[in-house]
Each structure stands twice: as C-alpha cells, then as structure tokens.
Design a protein around this ligand. Sequence first.
Ligand SMILES: Cc1cc2nc3c(=O)[nH]c(=O)nc-3n(C[C@H](O)[C@H](O)[C@H](O)COP(=O)(O)OP(=O)(O)OC[C@H]3O[C@@H](n4cnc5c(N)ncnc54)[C@H](O)[C@@H]3O)c2cc1C
Length: 422
Amino acid sequence: MVPVATTAGPDFDIIVAGGGMIGTSLAVALGPLGLSVAVIEPVPPNEAEQPSFDERSTALSRSSQRMFEAMGLWPDIVAGATSIQSIHVSEKGRFGFSHIDAAEQGVEALGYVVINRVLGEVLKDALSQLKNVRLYCPAKITAVSQSDDTVTVRLEAGQEYGREFDSLACRLLVAADGARSTVREMLGIGASSRDYGQQAITGNLLPEIRPENRAFERFTDTGPIALLPIADNRAAFIWMLPTDRARSVMELSDPSFTEALQQAFGFRLGSFSKVGRRAAYPLALTRANSLTARRGVLVGNAAHGLHPVAAQGFNLGLRDVAALCDCLLDAMNNAAAPGSDPGSPQVLESYAGWRHPDHSKVVQFTDGLVRLFGDQRWPLKFMRNAGMLGFDLIPGVRSLFARHTMGLAGRLPRLSRGVPLR
Ligand SMILES: Cc1cc2nc3c(=O)[nH]c(=O)nc-3n(C[C@H](O)[C@H](O)[C@H](O)COP(=O)(O)OP(=O)(O)OC[C@H]3O[C@@H](n4cnc5c(N)ncnc54)[C@H](O)[C@@H]3O)c2cc1C
C-alpha cells in the first residue's frame, strides 16, 4: 500500500466500504436499481487471509435463501450447499432435548449450509458482471468527510489504483467493514463491545454415521458445539470454548483434537475421523450506538457482531441489505420527491427505524442463549431442561422459535420475501 498525492476519482451514488460477505451481497442486490456503486475492499480476492470468504460454513436461513432466489443466485449457491432437514438441540449429561423438523414446519428445508468461500465465488462472479458497480481492490478507506450533499472517502490504495486517485465521493457511504469497523468510527458512530471470553474453533470432519441433512447443537459445560451437514457425508463443526481452553485445544495434534471433540460431543454420530484444517475466532457482542450518520449507514457486522451460537449474524446482515434496498427503491419510486437522493435523511430514518427491532430481538436471542447455557448453577440447569421440554410440549412455541431462526418473523423487506427488486 502506498499513499499518493490527492486526486479526486469518479463520483458515485453509493460507496460500499468492505467487499466481504455483506458488502458484496449489497453491491449485487443494488445492481437492478441502476445506481452507480463502488465497493472498496483492502484484501485481494484470493489471499489466504481474506477474512470474510474463508473456509467457515454458514447456515443460511430461509429468508436468506429467498433473497438469493430473488437475486437469481440461488441455483449456483444451492449447487454447493447442503439442506438442513432437522435440528437436534441437547445438553450434555441432561435429559431434556428438542427437535425441529422441516416437514413439521411445512417447509422444504430449515436452511442450507454453504462454505463461505463457495458463496464468495458466486457473489464475486455476479458482481463482476454488473456494469454499474465498480470494485476497488486492494484499496482501503483511511478518512471520511461528510457534508450536506456528499461524503468523500480518502483512500490508501494499492499501486494499480493508487496511480489514478486517492479519493472518491458519493451521496451515501455504507459501512460493511465488519465488527471492528473503522469506517463506522470515521462516520462518528460509537459502538459497545463485550468480550465473551470465548473462541469458536471451526473445521470439518467425517462422522461414522452419515449426518443426512441433520444439524446438531449440543450445549456442554465448557460451551456449545454445532455440527452442520456438508457435502460428501462430512460435518462442519463450530466448537465454542473459553479462550484459554480454545488456545490449548488448537495446539493439539489431529488425533488428540478429534478425541477431545468426540468426548465433548458424544457418539450420536458415531466415531469422528479425518478432521480438516482448524481455525479459531474470538467471540464478542458488538453493537453500534446508531445505525446511521450524516450520509452514512451501517450494515452487517459493522452494525452488530454476534456470538455464532444461533447462526444468525450473516442472515441478520442480509436482512439489513434487503431493508436498505427497499428504502432506496421506495425513495426512487416516490414521485413527490424527485431526484431520489440515496443518502437523504428520509432514507436513513426509514432504514434505522425498520432495522432496530430485528437487531434487538436477535441480539437478545443469541446473547440469552449464551448466558442461559453458559451458567452452570443448578437452578439454571433445571430451567434449561424444563425450557427444552416446554419448548417441545407447548403448542406454537417451537413453531415461533423456528420462524425466528428461519428469519421469517416480523416485517420482511421485498428481497427477504423472495420478491425481485425489478
Ligand atoms: C465461527 C463463526 C461461524 C459463523 N456461522 C454463521 C452462520 O452459520 N450463519 C450466519 O448467519 N452467520 C454466521 N456467522 C457470522 C457471519 O460470519 C458474519 O455475520 C459475517 O461474516 C459478517 O459479514 P460482514 O461482511 O458484515 O463482515 P466481515 O465478514 O468481517 O467482512 C468485512 C470486510 O470488510 C473489509 N474491511 C476491513 N476494513 C476495511 C476498510 N477500512 N475499508 C474497506 N473494507 C474494509 C474486510 O477485509 C472484509 O472483507 C459466523 C461467524 C463466526 C465467527
């Protein structure tokens, strides 16, 4: 990266800071609106350290599936995805458990598991075909200045772009640069962050018994373990552990790691073998103090970084994307306000008002799960068992839970309902 002399580049309607899972999804979703869009991403696409499109598996909810269907991307995504037909939730050493089934919920699948890298290939391919969207990569935003009419971003650009210019202007700047967003800070929006003191270890393995489209969430004394079905009868695991324990588990040899994971998960899927490459992610709850600033808006992890216990972060971020697209489209269709300024206070207010309730609900849900299952005192253990039984026995409760995890609760934007924008 080399700083260069100040030269202004082209103006855009929208600049998206961050070309990760959410920034790229947003840029592709905006395609049909015909707005001029720039995406700015510091990490080159095929670098091993690309932080968003890595080897993690993501469970896509039903509303995310509908959204990709409406964007015309679903056939390519589903070709590399595995459906979830049931979810089995249990706690190690306790009698209560719960079970959610796609057939019982009247849906063809509860969700789909896709490798982030595979999803990234589909999204990046779609992005490259859009004439109104330009990707600047590698390029990093180092400063932001807002006025009533525009936002200017200063770039520390890669050499290939650095020779051209070092600033771009737009009418709306979208921060999609992740939970530790610096663009959020540059827009003047503060955030609170609570470290869970845990890390998630991810990877995949071969279980003796085929997962057959079943997902498992198992709560243990040291943290939850999720096993998700993926291709070739393998399962992706996400093992959440206190930080010290996670560090020592990461240092284990493959056979010792396999044994430790097996002990923690049990033998519901028989013996584990052939564990793939592991990665560890520190876990924190991060919430922005506001979703908007003058001519600026936050989406995805820049707005909310969640614990992965309920597989909600990306799905929630996609609903941000869908809602922002709706607000922009409504502004463009509003004949009473010609010009359709994408960064107008009306657009920003309607976006923030729409997204707040969904964010609060999902944060409460995921944080509540971490607290409930992270506490080993016996009254809570009792409540957990009673809770799981009640969950199965009380009519409607499981269905409501399922609707939330499928992302189908509350007021849904067009794309999340599967309605194409144009
Ligand atoms: C172990 C684990 C498992 C998960 N499983 C699930 C799941 O099953 N389902 C689910 O819905 N969610 C899941 N999540 C959450 C999900 O991964 C995140 O919500 C999602 O990656 C957020 O995407 P993002 O694009 O907002 O942020 P990120 O993925 O963090 O991407 C941010 C991008 O911004 C770029 N950037 C950084 N700084 C700048 C800058 N200054 N200027 C421009 N660009 C910049 C980065 O290079 C990166 O490409 C999981 C998370 C973890 C840790």
